[in-house]
Design a protein. Structure first.
Length: 467
């Protein structure tokens, strides 16, 4: 399909939605912003132009049509998650430039490098260990694991383009998807999880305690962590499957690298400082995830680990800033102008009078699929969690399950798109997986996890006496 044809489809979709009479209960601004948002997402999918170009066009159209003021259209660029994403690319640059990422990658290969599947499981295990203590999946996945995965791909000579399938496409996908399962397993493993606990207490009078959450999530969570890498292994099969020579090669390369350089030691210290601050983030509120990441970048500049030229040359990071900032801004304003509350009310009305098991399943599914309209799991939670938890409880669902199932849905949906949660644009932006494949695989993995959590999980919850 030509560039012109793809452009026409995206424009036509926007115009058609725009011209449909505004539904009752909505202001014209909300409906028109929805039309622009849908057209932007369609253009992202069809890609008549690079995503940065499409983002600029979306901002201009929203202002020229008087749907938004220029300050509103640019609001996403001041979002902390946007800058945490940029910081993740810069952290990765520090790991690569100093050679620390290469060293860590070889250490992992030394112990688990005889197969690509073992590599993914070793990182998943590390993620599971850090999950309860780093309360942000973006900080954990982007700040800790992305640089390591990026280095593993590099040392295995897998890069975006012809060699992407050698290892990178599989490993990037597997690590990203399993992180969302870790996010769903603990109250403290995703930034919005504690918010959902607070909202559940206020709306339906039930508390999602740390222990209660972890016990309810442990069985479906462990099953997903075991099976998801295997599913991704078949969706994005790596060419480098078994590498019995991997550990010996890693040992040889580590010996050739010799002792750690001064820059590696600086990078190690900066990484440890950032890790400790992320862990303490739940207790010391001043240590926000983005603040810590920017502090790490500043320390890298001061110590000479990076120079400012390295910052300006981080093209992937600044590209992510442009398109992710645009989407975060548009998605946040959809809630502000009333579209999301209207959609939540409409969905809730359709579930009244159903059997509670059917209703809570549908509530979870509607919540999951509505995430196509969001560029942040936290923003999605803020906009819709309380309404959907209340809807689930109102049809007779046991209160804990009503709150918990919607909370799980709020995590599982993070894999649907390349903008759905903080780590998505980072792992997608690495360039190993095409956008179409990312969306396809994200939907398949999401539905696979829905079967595990809503199916096997419900049996476990029956054993626990939750229903």
């Amino acid at each position: 399909m030509s560039k012109l044809a793809r452009s026409i489809i995206a424009i036509a979709l926007t115009v058609i939605i725009w011209l449909i009479p505004v539904p009752a209960g909505l202001k014209p601004q909300a409906w028109h912003l929805f039309a622009i948002f849908v057209g932007t997402i369609a253009a992202f999918i069809l890609q008549p132009y690079p995503m940065g170009t499409i983002s600029f066009i979306a901002i201009v159209v929203s202002c020229l049509t008087n749907t938004l003021k220029i300050g509103e259209a640019l609001s996403g660029f001041g979002n902390s998650t946007t800058w945490l994403i940029v910081s993740a690319f810069l952290f990765a640059r520090g790991f690569i430039k100093t050679g620390l990422g290469r060293r860590i990658a070889f250490v992992i290969m030394q112990h688990f490098g005889d197969s690509s599947l073992k590599l993914s499981y070793s990182i998943t295990l590390a993620n599971l260990i850090l999950g309860p203590v780093i309360p942000s999946n973006t900080a954990r996945n982007c700040g800790v694991f992305f640089p390591i995965v990026n280095s593993l791909c590099d040392v295995c000579d897998s890069h975006p383009g012809p060699t992407a399938r050698k290892l990178g496409a599989f490993l990037m996908s597997a690590v990203f998807h399993t992180d969302l399962i870790v996010s769903a397993m603990f109250l403290t493993s995703m930034a919005a999880n504690p918010l959902m606990n607070e909202l559940a207490q206020k709306t339906i009078g039930v508390s999602l305690s740390w222990t209660g959450w972890a016990v309810a999530a442990c069985v479906p969570g462990v099953i997903s962590l075991i099976l998801d890498p295997i599913l991704v292994y078949h969706l994005v099969p790596p060419e480098m499957k078994n590498t019995p020579e991997g550990p010996a090669l890693a040992t040889k390369e580590l010996n050739a690298m010799g002792p750690m350089s001064k820059e590696e030691k600086y990078m190690t210290c900066i990484f440890i400082i950032a890790l400790v601050c992320w862990i303490l983030g739940t207790q010391i509120k001043v240590f926000g995830g983005t603040t810590v990441a920017l502090m790490g970048i500043a320390l890298m500049l001061v110590t000479g680990v990076l120079d400012f030229k390295d910052i300006t040359e981080a093209k992937d990071g600044w590209n992510a800033l442009i398109w992710m900032g645009t989407i975060i801004g548009l998605a946040g304003l959809l809630n502000k102008v009333g579209f999301i509350p209207w959609f939540s009310k409409l969905a809730g009305a359709s579930l009244q009078g159903m059997n509670w098991m059917v209703a809570v399943f549908l509530a979870g599914m509607i919540y999951i699929l509505s995430h196509y309209f969001f560029a942040s799991m936290s923003a999605h939670v803020s906009a819709m969690y309380a309404a959907f938890a209340a809807i689930a409880a109102s049809v007779g669902t046991p209160p804990f399950l009503a709150a918990f199932i919607v909370a799980i849905s709020a995590n599982l949906c993070g894999c649907l798109t390349h903008y759905s949660t903080g780590p998505a644009p980072v792992f997608f932006g690495a360039g190993y997986v095409s956008q179409g494949e990312w969306w396809r695989n994200g939907f398949i993995v999401c539905m696979f996890n829905v079967v595990i959590w809503f199916g096997i999980g419900s049996i476990w919850w029956k054993v626990l006496g939750l229903w």
